[in-house]
Design a binder for this molecule. Structure first.
Ligand SMILES: [Zn+2]
Length: 274
């Protein structure tokens, strides 16, 4: 009898604990993003891959017009076609966009790639005084392409500096407001990328940028210059590396295999030539 009572008490405590955890999760940015309905999005008449929120039709027109070129450019840059179909969700406000990607800040993030979809924010059309919607779309499609090829877990293991650098190289994005001269000065003064060998499940891009003591645009300008340099050094090895990663092979091992040096040794070489 005593045992049964004890069991009931334990089950009750576990039940209350489960309810509290569930409520906290559903009220968190990730929970809210998962629950946020997309039923109000409308399908674009020119391209059914593009959907938009009421008020974002003008933005969606421009995304739909550029999407075929964007796909072509990304497939060229990744040396492979997209593996699966996807949708592009064009948001009417920054707040709505940031809620969908579970970002509680009001920072003007221009887009994001999540499973099977890309989100585009109004800021992509006006970022630091520039219309970057083409670059933003290609940048996020590069992330989505890689995600489709390797899956979420392996994608998290690829270092951020390389994923972002590849997306910036393919899209011509990144480093808005930061000239190459400014980036070189920053690198020479010791404020530069920290080359992790791999990503890490809990290491978000924001954490990596903050840990290196850089701003977002400076981080992107530097990774763009570095990945561009790696490509220039040996385009054939670069192609093999990108194909190997997309085939699920480990980044650091593949890098050494095709370039006969580690990413850090490549960075030292890049730095010495600045
Ligand atoms: Zn990115």
């Amino acid at each position: 009898m005593k045992r049964t009572r004890k069991k009931i008490i334990i089950l009750n405590i576990l039940g209350i604990f489960f309810v509290i955890v569930s409520v906290l999760f559903l009220r968190s940015p990730i929970g809210k993003a998962l629950l946020k309905s997309k039923s109000h999005f409308m399908v674009h008449s020119a391209d059914s891959r593009v959907l938009y929120e009421p008020g974002a039709e003008g933005f969606a027109d421009r995304i739909a017009a550029f999407l075929p070129t964007a796909v072509e450019e990304v497939e060229k840059g990744h040396y492979l076609s997209f593996k699966k179909p996807f949708k592009v969700y064009v948001c009417s406000t920054q707040q709505s966009h940031n809620e969908f990607i579970a970002n509680p800040t009001s920072y003007p993030i221009r887009g994001a790639a999540l499973k099977k979809k890309v989100f585009i924010a109004p800021s992509a059309f006006s970022f630091k005084g520039l219309d970057t919607h083409r670059e933003s779309l290609m940048h996020e499609l590069s992330h989505l392409h890689l995600l489709q090829r390797v899956g979420m877990l392996k994608n998290r293991r690829i270092p951020h500096w390389f994923k972002e650098g590849l997306a910036n190289l393919v899209a011509g994005s990144g480093g808005e407001g930061i000239s190459q001269k400014m980036a070189i000065r920053s690198i020479k003064e010791g404020r530069h990328l920290v080359l992790q060998e791999k990503g890490g499940f809990l290491k978000s891009l924001t954490k990596v940028i903050l840990a290196a003591g850089l701003t977002g645009p400076m981080f992107h300008q530097q990774n763009k210059m570095f990945v561009n340099y790696i490509h220039r050094v040996n385009p054939e090895a670069f192609k093999r590396l990108v194909l190997a990663i997309q085939n699920g092979e480990k980044f650091s091992i593949s890098f050494v295999k095709y370039f006969k040096m580690s990413p850090q040794e490549m960075w030292n070489r890049f730095k010495s030539e600045l």
